[in-house]
Design a protein around this ligand. Structure first.
Ligand SMILES: O=C(CO)COP(=O)(O)O
Length: 210
């Protein structure tokens, strides 16, 4: 894809997230690797519903701004994950309702915040590690994500939101939507007895991929 096509896709996905209530106000940020030296990121404070192609930020891998507005304050962790994992080509960070509600619960398993009860959760994401709470934009989030960047695709930031990676922007978006839907089901099922997938059922799905 050309830079312009990536920018147009980012604007379109941001608007779609916003219109469907996945993001509100100025929360959330998106990024995609343009090539080995450059990353496209949403500007800080921008509503995902009103992104503009010409204002999107282009950064080099050291965080220098090459084009556009001041980048997201979370661009530090985005860059860190791209540096660490060559297979990560896009990142979605949202404060979407159900995953953020989950991130506020006490006693989450830090190795996997949601035990699998649907196959697509396993096929698309597998597991969701929990990053302890740090102030949004803090370097500690980047450090914690960097340590785990090779060991998962989705990370729940305690009391904050979710970070989801993908092979490209569409893949990262689909992974995020699947996760948010799974969290919605999790809360819908509260008070009911959930049949979780067995270890064998999870292994079978992991071996097949999506
Ligand atoms: O979601 C956000 C912080 O976690 C929004 O920050 P930015 O507006 O700087 O991207």
């Amino acid at each position: 894809m050309t830079d312009l096509e990536q920018k147009e896709l980012m604007v379109q996905l941001g608007r779609s997230f916003y219109e469907r209530g996945y993001s509100v106000g100025g929360a959330g940020n998106l990024s995609v690797r343009l090539d080995e030296n450059r990353v496209l990121v949403t500007p800080t404070g921008s509503s995902l519903g009103r992104l503009k192609v010409e204002r999107l930020s282009v950064l080099d891998m050291d965080g220098n701004v090459l084009e556009g507005d001041k980048p997201s304050k979370e661009s530090v962790f985005h860059l860190e994950m791209y540096r660490k994992n060559p297979k990560c080509n896009a990142i979605v960070h949202l404060h979407c309702t159900y995953l953020t509600a989950l991130s506020c619960l006490q006693g989450l398993d830090p190795t996997n915040a949601m035990k699998a009860f649907t196959p697509y959760y396993v096929m698309r994401v597998g597991k969701m590690q929990v990053i302890p709470y740090y102030r949004p934009g803090s370097p500690e989030i980047a450090r914690e994500l960097s340590e785990r960047a090779l060991s998962g695709k989705a990370f729940l930031l305690a009391n904050h939101g979710v970070v989801v990676t993908g092979a490209d922007l569409l893949d990262a978006s689909d992974n995020t939507e699947e996760l948010e839907e799974t969290a919605k089901l999790f809360f819908t099922l509260q008070g009911q007895k959930i049949r979780y997938l067995t270890d064998d059922e999870v292994k079978d799905l992991e071996n097949r991929g999506k």
